[in-house]
Design a protein around this ligand. Structure first.
Ligand code: AMP
Ligand code: ZN
Length: 458
């Protein structure tokens, strides 16, 4: 099924064709590991996880190479380590693990490669040296800067012109750069800061050069797709393009994709504004990882998404409906899993997750009404395969419903057992009473050939 993607570079939705279908390359800018990610920070890994799954489905699992980096050297990391009186590695190790855990809880697959900036400094130094040799960068006492004036293409991704670029480009400690919009490739060593030796003086890399160097080292350019949040278009991705394309005379990436922002009360969710909520907080409140994932995918990836409790409730109800259908067919052996064409088509259309969700509901309905064993086996297989491509329905359905009832689940189990006993003893008044009590707890009992199961009432 052909995939189409919106390319920020051309501002159009285009058919996607990898340079080499046996080696499809995807790079997404990863986190700066110094704190707990908020739910907005989960949008890029979740969105691009769906893309990763779709690419694997389309081109084959081993054909797709997905790299997502960890930025493990940066001002904020240095400040955090100093404030806590611990080594920088202690901070980055801890929060890289937090990120792994949080994304994992949201059903995000491990990328093929997870390079760390500090393990690629040699590649960054080589790239910076190449830019200096070509006259695209220059060294001054505060560091090495990219010379924007030397790059006629500069601004092509974000569509900014030179005048707009000049505004607001003043950065503290960079007074000796030649032009306000030049940006740091290398920051000269300071006491109490980590630094690496380099031909142009000891120092540490700037943020943008990290990604350019890691893309070259891990994937080789041009890559097929480069992704990230919309806030990264300028300056981060513009600068990645400037560096890599000035050094190599070929494109860095053929397709650029950007996800919209998560807001809260219509304001960007961000640490500095203080309106953040973390996936950990939400899971502690009892929301399940898949519920958060569904909520994050409930709008098209390019659209802004306003986070609120109602959205999580709707996400949970949607997943209940799907898990309910799987639970109903729990004794049916599914056919070989094959996601149906209409579902794959929806995702292939620029990752249209809302349309894909509508297809999942249609599959659940088909599973619910299927009567013949062959129809049931097919319906179950299609629902599970489509779920897998979306990264949901990974849980056992009984566990899904139990987990969302938290500590009440054991009491509900006991009531269901009592009801089975009452029915066996033909004490129908008691069994009805128990069913009513379960109903007031929002639980529906389903009696099947292999016993009684329960789920949340729809
Ligand atoms: P930051 O911690 O701001 O460097 O962001 C890390 C990643 O999360 C970047 O890819 C951002 O694009 C993304 N991001 C940050 N805040 C949000 C948000 N409110 N909504 C969506 N993505 C975000
Ligand atoms: Zn990057």
């Amino acid at each position: 099924m052909p995939i189409s993607l919106t390319n920020t570079l051309t501002r159009r939705k285009e058919p996607f064709a990898p340079a080499d279908p046996s080696r499809v390359t995807l790079y997404v800018c990863g986190p700066t590991v110094y704190n707990y990610p908020h739910i907005g920070n989960m949008r890029p890994p979740v969105v691009f996880d769906v893309l990763f799954r779709l690419l694997r489905h389309t081109y084959g699992e081993s054909a797709v190479i997905y790299a997502r980096n960890y930025t493990d050297i940066d001002d904020k990391i240095i400040a955090k380590a100093a404030a806590e009186g611990v080594a920088i590695e202690a901070v980055t190790e801890k929060f890289a693990n937090v990120y792994k855990e949080d994304t994992g809880a949201l059903g995000v697959l491990a990328p093929t490669l997870t390079p760390r900036a500090t393990q690629n400094v040699d590649n960054m130094i080589a790239l910076i040296q190449k830019l200096i040799d070509k006259g695209a960068a220059y060294a001054v006492p505060s560091g090495v800067y990219f010379s924007v004036a030397a790059d006629p293409d500069y601004g092509k991704l974000s569509g900014r012109n030179q005048d707009e670029l000049q505004a607001g480009a003043r950065v503290e400690g960079e007074d000796d750069k030649r032009h306000p919009s030049d940006f740091a490739l290398w920051k000269a060593a300071k006491p109490d800061e980590p630094s690496w030796e380099a031909p142009f003086g000891a120092g540490r890399p700037g943020w943008h050069i990290e990604c350019s160097a890691m893309i070259e080292a891990e994937l080789g350019s041009p890559i097929d797709i480069h992704g990230g949040g919309i806030d990264l278009v300028f300056p981060h991705h513009e600068n990645e393009i400037a560096q890599s394309e000035s050094a190599h005379d070929h494109p860095l990436a053929r397709v650029w994709m950007h996800n919209g922002f998560l807001t809260m009360d219509a304001t960007k969710m961000s640490k500095s504004l203080g309106n953040v909520i973390t996936p950990r907080d939400l899971m502690e409140q009892g929301w399940q990882g898949e519920t958060l994932r569904w909520a994050l995918l409930s709008a098209h990836y390019k659209a802004p998404l306003d986070w609120n409790e109602d959205m999580m409730r709707q996400a949970q109800a949607a997943l209940d409906r799907l898990y309910g259908a799987v639970l109903r067919l729990k004794d049916v052996k599914a056919d070989d899993l094959e996601a149906p064409a209409a579902f794959v088509e929806a995702l292939s259309d620029d990752l249209n997750t809302p349309a894909a969700m509508a297809e999942l509901f249609a599959l659940a309905t088909a599973a619910n009404v299927a009567k013949k064993p062959a129809d049931q086996a097919k319906a179950k297989a299609e629902l599970l395969a489509a779920g897998a491509l979306m990264g949901v329905l990974a849980d056992d359905p009984e566990h899904w419903f139990r987990a969302s009832f938290g500590e009440q689940a054991a009491e509900i189990d006991a009531l269901v057992v009592e009801r089975v006993a009452a029915r066996a003893a033909k004490n129908y008044a008691e069994s009805d009473r128990i069913r009513d009590e379960l109903a007031t707890r929002g639980v529906e009992v389903m009696d099947g050939p292999s016993g009684s199961t329960w789920r949340r009432k729809g």
